[in-house]
Design a protein around this ligand. Structure first.
Ligand SMILES: Nc1ncnc2c1ncn2[C@@H]1O[C@H](COP(=O)(O)OP(=O)(O)O)[C@@H](O)[C@H]1O
Ligand SMILES: [Mg+2]
Length: 274
C-alpha cells in the first residue's frame, strides 16, 4: 500500500488464498456523458479494512465513481473488481448483494418507520437477495428474524442509538438520523461501504461525533470504506490514503500528508488560476 502513482497495475498476488489482495481494484475507468468525460482513465485500489478517501472540486467526478461502483452508471471503459469478481455490467441490486453498501448525501431513511425498522430493512434486503426466495426463505423465517434482530441490536449499540430505537426516523435529530443511515448501511453487512459526504450539513459537534463513530466502526467491523467528503480536515484525519480528482483525472493518490502538499492538488483547489 505504499504506491503513490496509480498508473501501474498492482501485481496479482497468489499468497494465502488472495487475502492480501485489495478488496477493490479499479482500472482505467472511463465514463462519458455525450461530450463530457466525467472519468478519464481512473485507477485505484482499496485494501481490506482501508479507509480510502476521494476528494476533488465540484464536478471532478467523485459521485460518478460511486455510481460506477454501485452499478448506477456503466463506464465505457475499464474494470472494477470486488474481491476478484467483476462489477461492471451488474445491476445495482446485484452489486449491493455482493457487499457494496452506500449512504446518501441526503438522508435515505423511511421517515414513518422507527429507527429499528429502518435498520431491519437493511437486513431484509440482504435476506431476500442473499438467502434465496420463496419456501426456503419462509421455512427459515423465524430463525432468520432472531438472527437479524441480534445483528441490528449490535449496530444500535455500536453507534449508541439505544435512546432512539422506537422513534420514527422523521423525528430524529439530524446528526442522529445520519448515524441511523450509517447503521442501516452497516446492517447490510457490507464488505465495502461507500460514504457520500457523511458530515454534509452537520455542525462541528455532529461532525466530530461522526468522525468518532467512523473510527469506532472501522475498529469493530474492519470493513473497507470509501469516503467522498468536502470537509478536508475530516478526510485528512480519518483516511489512510486519498485519491485526488480533477476534471475526471486522478491527479494524485497517496497518504493524506502527501496529498495535502501535492502541487497538483493545491492547484486544483485554488482553481481560478485556470
Ligand atoms: N447523469 C449525468 N449526465 C450528464 N453529465 C453528468 C451526469 N453525472 C455527472 N455528469 C457530469 O460529470 C462530471 C462529474 O460529475 P460528478 O461525478 O457529479 O462530480 P462531483 O461529484 O465530483 O461533483 C460533471 O461535469 C457532471 O456535470
Ligand atoms: Mg458529487
Amino acid at each position: 500500500m505504499e504506491r503513490v502513482t496509480t498508473s501501474d497495475p498492482a501485481p496479482a498476488r497468489e499468497d494465502e488464498a488472495g487475502t492480501d489482495r485489495p478488496i477493490l481494484e479499479v482500472r482505467d475507468l472511463t465514463l462519458r456523458f455525450g461530450g463530457v468525460t466525467a472519468l478519464d482513465g481512473v485507477s485505484f485500489e482499496v485494501g481490506r479494512g482501508e479507509l480510502f478517501a476521494v476528494i476533488g472540486p465540484n464536478g471532478a467526478g467523485k459521485t460518478s465513481i460511486f455510481n460506477c461502483l454501485n452499478g448506477v452508471y456503466r463506464p465505457q471503459e475499464g474494470t472494477i473488481t470486488l474481491d476478484g469478481e467483476r462489477l461492471v455490467g451488474r445491476a445495482p441490486a446485484a452489486i449491493a448483494a455482493m457487499g457494496v453498501a452506500r449512504t446518501f448525501q441526503n438522508l435515505g431513511l423511511f421517515e414513518h418507520l422507527t429507527l429499528i425498522e429502518n435498520l431491519m430493512l437493511g437486513r431484509h434486503h440482504l435476506m431476500r437477495t442473499g438467502f434465496g426466495t420463496g419456501m426456503l426463505w419462509w421455512g427459515r423465517a423465524k430463525r432468520e428474524e432472531v438472527r437479524h434482530r441480534a445483528a441490528v441490536e449490535e449496530i444500535v449499540e455500536l453507534l449508541e442509538l439505544e435512546p432512539y430505537r422506537r422513534m420514527p426516523a422523521g423525528l430524529l435529530p439530524y446528526g442522529v438520523a445520519k448515524r441511523a443511515e450509517l447503521g442501516r448501511a452497516l446492517a447490510m453487512e457490507p464488505s465495502l461501504l461507500l460514504l457520500d459526504e457523511p458530515v454534509a450539513g452537520m455542525n462541528l459537534e455532529e461532525t466530530e461525533d461522526t468522525a468518532r463513530y467512523l473510527v469506532e466502526v472501522r475498529r469493530e467491523l474492519g470493513l473497507a470504506m470509501i469516503l467522498v467528503e468536502h470537509d478536508m480536515r475530516l478526510v485528512m484525519d480519518l483516511a489512510d490514503r486519498v485519491l485526488a480528482l480533477d476534471f475526471g483525472v486522478a491527479i494524485a493518490t497517496g497518504k493524506p500528508s502527501e496529498i495535502q502538499n501535492h502541487p497538483a492538488v493545491i492547484e486544483a483547489y485554488l482553481g481560478g488560476a485556470r
